[in-house]
Design a protein around this ligand. Structure first.
Ligand SMILES: [Mg+2]
Length: 245
């Protein structure tokens, strides 16, 4: 990952996308890979729904699985768990008939990519390699030259300051957090964006209803991003940047 924007070297606003439930659904591939890795490491089947995993980072989820069996994993165990999980994910995503791209995403990403004042990156609990595996499967990886991932932080709230640091390092040292737009499908994404005073957009294409997401008081909440004109109208209003779709 280059961590620069070839098309837009000094963007005015940066959209930071969550992956699962927001850009795509892996059709349960990530969950199956985590459960199978859990089975291998912990010698028991722990259904992911028995832990509160939505919106958590992959590193945090692996730790929660260990803790579920009363164990505290070492750093080495968390790292070993991650690499085995990635191997399994690589397979699971290819045998996941329900995997799909969320409404509007295939149209929105190229338009943001080409926009002279906007850029986009990832703000995700996935490990970088996990993000690549999932997004390459749908030919979407190339839209993201930039991202904050779960290898930098275990708690999602730590990911947003990391994204801001990266932006300041690579774009401009005084880039204002209000010009980052965090988009996600869980209250965790919204809290994480608010943590750095970013604009926040909730989209109810994951496991949370529109109403549950509204309770987290995002700057905007959508059922999904289709028709894309509704999302772009909001962007225009809040960024003063017109997007022709
Ligand atoms: Mg998500």
């Amino acid at each position: 990952m280059t961590q620069t924007f070839a098309n837009t070297p000094s963007p005015r606003y940066i959209l930071l996308w969550d992956i699962d439930g927001t850009l795509i659904s892996g059709g349960g591939a990530g969950e199956r890979a985590l459960e199978k890795t859990g089975q291998e490491f912990l010698h028991q089947h722990i259904p992911l729904h028995s832990i509160d995993y939505h919106g958590r980072t992959d590193r945090r989820i692996s730790r929660m699985l260990f803790e579920h069996t009363g164990r505290q994993p070492t750093e080495d165990q968390v790292a070993a768990f991650a690499s085995r999980y990635l191997e399994k994910l690589r397979h699971e995503i290819t045998v996941s008939p329900e995997a799909h791209v969320k409404p509007g995403i295939r149209k929105i990403l190229p338009l943001i990519d080409q926009h002279p004042k906007l850029a986009q990156g990832l703000l995700t609990g996935n490990l970088p390699e996990g993000a690549r595996i999932k997004l390459e499967h749908f030919d979407l990886w190339a839209f993201f030259p930039f991202g904050a991932f779960a290898d930098h932080a275990e708690e999602r709230n730590e990911l947003a300051p990391h994204a801001l640091r990266l932006t300041r390092q690579h774009i401009s040292p005084d880039f204002p957090p209000e010009r980052l737009i965090v988009i996600g499908d869980t209250p965790h994404d919204i809290t994480c964006g608010k943590h750095i005073r970013a604009l926040t957009v909730a989209v109810a294409t994951g496991h949370y209803s529109l109403r549950q997401l509204q309770e987290a008081t995002p700057d905007a909440a959508f059922s999904n991003l289709e028709p894309i004109s509704i999302f772009f109208d909001w962007l225009t209003q809040h960024t003063g940047t017109r997007i022709v779709s």
